[in-house]
Design a protein around this ligand. Sequence first.
Ligand code: AHR
Length: 494
Amino acid sequence: NDEPVTAEIHADKPGPVYDKRIFTQFAEHLGNGIYGGLWVGKNSKIPNTNGFRNDVVSALRELSVPVIRWPGGCFADEYHWREGIGPQNKRPVKVNTHWGGVTEPNTVGTHEYFELLRQVGAEAYISGNVGDGSPREMAEWVEYMTAPAGTLADERAKNGHKKPWKVPYFGIGNELWGCGGNMRPEYAADVTRRYATFVKAPAGTHILKVASGANVDDYNWTETMMKVAAPVLDGLSLHYYTLPDGGWPPKADPIHFDETGWADALHQTWRMDELITKHSAIMDKYDPKKRVFLAVDEWGAWYAQDPGTHPGFLRQQNTLRDAMIAAINLDIFAKHADRVKMTAIAQMVNVLQAMILTDGSKMVLTPTYYVFDMYKPWQDATVLPIDIDTPIYVKGKYTVPAVSGSAVKGKDGKIHIGLSNADPEQANTVTVSLDGVAASGVTGRILTAPAITSHNTFANPDAVKPAAFSGAQVKDGKLTVTLPAKSVVVLELQ
Ligand code: AHR
């Protein structure tokens, strides 16, 4: 593009905190999301600590994953926590009815989940079973995990953990409109009130309760939940996946796509902005003080799964397109950081838009992983509003803002700016006015690759990897950045 793109950062009007919980990741008992991807067992030849593979855990630690949502998803609404405690070899083996019909050994249960959290350095976000569980079962699970004393605390101690765990976030079911019970919103709202009543934090602690929210643009769901259940809630969820190639069911190929497939996916991703705007407006009506946060606790690209992989395992490769999808979403969340306090990408390892792919002892980091790495300074930073006068990139019927971005003042006191160029052919030069910012220099990192379909494989793990970026300069209170085609850039002002 020959015309420079102008942008303005309003450092003098700092916005809300970009909550670190926006970087939450979702790990479901689905395919190799848990078994194989995270858990290999203590006796595995794959180096592990208490059963969790060291390579994956250390890559996750590097990302400072704040929270891990578990055990589902749809799996959560059929999960019975008692089946996942006690000696592993005595636990019942069940059928995972949602995901591939494979057996679920219950080897990873509550104790193992908290061990994973300990190793990664993350906090708990448990999805309770509203679908086919009772309020009593849910209440007892919470007591088992958090009570300092009593019969359930004794049982926990007998099973190896004397000290209560912290459960800062608890989901009152998952997708109650679908796999969580096919409920109507009126019924779901009442059920949520009932179940939430019995999720009790021990004295001096807090459990924030997140209700199962809308599917995509089901605004009536949000309206009803807020009207009926807001008083018992701290958060309300929203699930929205990027589904190119005609929407549900997922059919786009993860790696074989042309420019139309690229533009389609990015166009669908931008819908997140509209969805959050509209759901937030409804929440504002009932909760103008924004006490109840919006938790977009499932987002990401959902394609047809990789050929030859087990049906129902939702295993998909991850390309530069996914990196762009991640960056756009993270920028959109900055715009709505007053209401959006938590989001969770689906999912962490081997499932959907994963950070990490594994196969036996092999592991590879995806382009999405690297975007999360580059955006780390956004965690708990202060959002600085940014206006970008972007051109629109058009491909066929799909329109996409060519330049996306967000800016924050990090906890390190520095200003960090993310800018990406969705145009797969043309560079875009952005001139950013930095009123009220004293900057004398800039450093940065860039993620790009030769092709829109470029991706990392076990044989070629570094095909898409961040590199130092030298295409930005600060001069006379202005930052000028030349964004190569199809690139994600993160800058730090000096
Ligand atoms: O992330 C995969 C599935 O998508 C989850 O289990 C469910 O909540 C959603 O429909």
